[in-house]
Design a protein around this ligand. Sequence first.
Ligand code: TXA
Ligand code: MG
Length: 322
Amino acid sequence: MTPIFRPDHEGIVSAAALLRAGCLVAIPTETVYGLAADATSDQAVAGVFAAKGRPGFNPLICHFPDAAAAACHVVFSPQAERLAQEFWPGPLTLVLPRQPECPVTARAGAGLPTLAVRVPAHPVARALLEACGFPLAAPSANRSGGVSPTTAAHVLADLDGRIAAVLDAGACAVGLESTVVDLSGDMPRLLRPGGIAAEAIEAGIGPLARGHTPGAAPASPGLLASHYAPSLPLRLDATHVGPDEALLAFGAPLPAGLVFNLSASGDLAEAASRLFAGLRWLDTEAQPHGLRGIAAMPVPRVGLGDAINDRLRRASAPPLGF
Ligand code: TXA
Ligand code: MG
């Protein structure tokens, strides 16, 4: 059984001690819960991949208490400085070239010459990073390919007994993972839409290229089609609900028996914060109700709706088989 720590001074000190000893601790961030390890410890980072069942070619994000700490590990461009200034602390991850002496283990970055860095806004994550004094490598704290956790209960549903502790600070406010922007190439590239709308980033630094670099390998593995997947099939842009389907609603719901409404008022931030909890809830409730699928109503593709649609599309793709 994995112990649950309260998000107070004692809980943070205990979590920091476990992390310093090379153990894995699930931690709250404003986006989703992360599975944290000392990013400079090869053994601890290997444990993250093992606990999640994550393929070794999919690199981890490194978390820092502030931009100055991140700048000791990666090379900032003027565009990176601008985005860090505007959006950190917050749900933005920047992919930048590693500093030559960067102490983060190569395994954390899947051997790439770049490193993904982020300064989270959650006060408990920040206090923990300060207490640790080393960067924390932290992917979302779910089994690889599954739905990201936005509560400590979600973390335990996937990882109970496989990690040393979970620091429980309640539900995550944003509910979607950070936006990942690659600034290591010729042109800024949106690798993953997320908690900060692409439009807001483009207002700061101009147009973003989308998707992965043509012909380049490896692609950002988070762009692999099937990800964030519930066990039941998910049907997108539904305008009706079948007799054997549950409904993931947005706005005024279609007639259906089992419904989870992302936002009755059609608010995208509220929908984002409830998306993963809704997918998990429908996944567990549908089967006892004799339902065999989830129909998802359309969500507008603007602002945070971009990231919501991205996650729904991945959740509806067939499994990858690893
Ligand atoms: O909000 C978040 O970003 C959460 C919290 C815990 O911070 N973390 C998270 O991590 O979502 P994860 O591992 O589930 O997703 C990280 C994404 C993956 O798609 C990974 O492929 C990509 O970032 N990534 C990491 N390092 C990269 C790099 N050097 N180059 C390209 N993509 C990278
Ligand atoms: Mg993830």
